[in-house]
Design a protein. Structure first.
Ligand code: KG4
Ligand code: ZN
Length: 407
């Protein structure tokens, strides 16, 4: 089954074309085309994602990304087939709110042939609602254009599936499903999420815990900003933290730079919840008290911050594993799962303490938001016979879409 997937829930605009086959346990996904545009630089001066800018950027970039993903996929019919008037009018109607997107799509449709695609998968939520709407309206316009069904996808299911696939060593454009036994626990750590999710099958999820205030990705981004590092803060902060890690005596090195230990919020609480706003505030006070930040103090604060959040994540992971029946698999997903130090510490935790639980981390490129994972989740929904929609059906964005549902 060939799926065109669209992701616009936050500040990545992404389109991919995947060819999926097999069952849930042995699925494989050939990536025929993949294009992604990160708006991060545009949002940098705001220190976070600015929703109306995200919406405008999605609208401006979707058609060029579509053109590039389709070209790469070589699935387009050689002859252009300009859409008939009623399709043109439907496309104008669904895209009338999206600035120039309708005109750009119609211009594109005049020039290119219909692709050999079976369905369109699009992120329904959760995420920034104005941003989600652009992707949804675009999916509806494409569904009119090519007469295809739409599969509305849960963004977090995409992150979970992205953690369980591996790159086929014989064909680096193909991802294959790992052998997963249920139940598993997944931890999604990103700019929008900090959640433990238990799955009893694909599609049946329970939320075990989450953040009570900031997400972990937000903490990285805000602390990075306090330290004068560029947005998105995760990669830049982690780079700086790595420089400070070799210090043998962390506390002594911190003290000589005037840096005090940071709190490990909720580390001892008997639940699977998190809280990250306290660490951010503690960094803010230290930065204020230190006045002019020396290079050494910045490095020490970055290392101390990463140490604090990783310790909390490890402790809560241990608790999550201890609370239920023996677990065969644990998944980590979301943008923060790209963090090298966190990955190393988790790998070492599982190697030494849970050798019988498989730890699954996303392949490179699948940690942060992308459309490949949305296509994969769309295929799984298709296998489960979950509702597919037509262009003229009611399809809405849901910024707070819950992952909990039981079959
Ligand atoms: O999953 P994602 O791309 O978008 C959301 O769904 O939110 O996650 C983005 C978040 C940002 O907060 C970013 O700073 C963080 O992931 N991130 C990292 C790293 N790479 C991205 N955090 C820590 N270390 C990294 N290497
Ligand atoms: Zn995400």
């Amino acid at each position: 089954m060939r799926i065109l997937a669209i992701e616009t829930s936050c500040d990545e605009t992404a389109i991919s074309v995947i060819e999926a086959s097999g069952t849930e346990s042995d699925a494989s996904f050939l990536v025929r085309g993949n294009s992604l545009y990160s708006q991060a630089k545009k949002h940098a001066s705001f220190g976070g994602v600015y929703p109306s800018l995200a919406k405008r950027e999605h609208a401006a970039n979707l058609v060029p990304l579509l053109a590039s993903a389709l070209r790469e996929s070589r699935l387009q019919h050689a002859e252009a087939s300009p859409p008939p008037p009623h399709v043109v009018s439907n496309i104008r109607t669904v895209l009338y709110r999206e600035d120039e997107l309708g005109g750009a799509l119609l211009g594109f449709a005049e020039k290119v042939g219909t692709p050999a695609i079976d369905a369109i998968a699009v992120t329904k939520g959760p995420g920034l609602e104005p941003a989600l709407w652009v992707g949804i309206n675009f999916a509806r316009a494409l569904a009119y254009l090519w007469g295809l069904p739409i599969i509305p996808v849960h963004h977090l299911e995409g992150h979970l599936i992205a953690s369980t696939v591996y790159v086929d060593p014989k064909d680096t454009r193909t991802y294959r499903m790992s052998d997963i036994a249920f139940p598993f626990i997944g931890l999604v750590l990103s700019g929008g999420h900090t959640e433990f999710i238990k799955a009893t099958s694909w599609g049946s999820y329970t939320l075990l815990g989450g953040t009570r205030d900031d997400s972990i990705g937000e903490a990285f981004d805000k602390v990075a900003r306090l330290l004068g590092l560029p947005y998105p803060g995760g990669p830049s902060l982690s780079h700086l933290a790595a420089k400070g890690r070799p210090a043998l005596h962390r506390r002594t090195a911190n003290a000589s730079a005037g840096v005090k230990p940071l709190p490990r919020p909720m580390i001892a609480s008997n639940d699977l919840d998190f809280s990250f706003s306290g660490i951010k505030t503690a960094v803010r006070y230290q930065v204020r008290d230190l006045g002019e930040l020396s290079e050494e103090a910045r490095t020490r604060l970055a290392t101390e911050f990463e140490e604090a959040v990783v310790e909390v994540v490890l402790k809560k992971t241990t608790r999550a594993i201890a609370t239920g029946e023996p677990l065969k698999h644990f998944l980590l997903g979301g943008g923060v799962s790209a963090n090298t130090y966190l990955r190393e510490r988790l790998e070492s935790l599982f190697r030494t303490q849970y050798p019988n639980t498989g730890l699954h981390l996303p392949a490179p490129g699948l940690s942060t938001d992308n459309a490949i994972m949305i296509g994969m989740a769309g295929y799984f929904m298709h296998l489960r016979n979950e509702q597919t929609l037509q262009a003229n059906d009611d399809l809405t964005a849901d910024g707070n879409l819950s992952i909990e549902k039981t079959k």
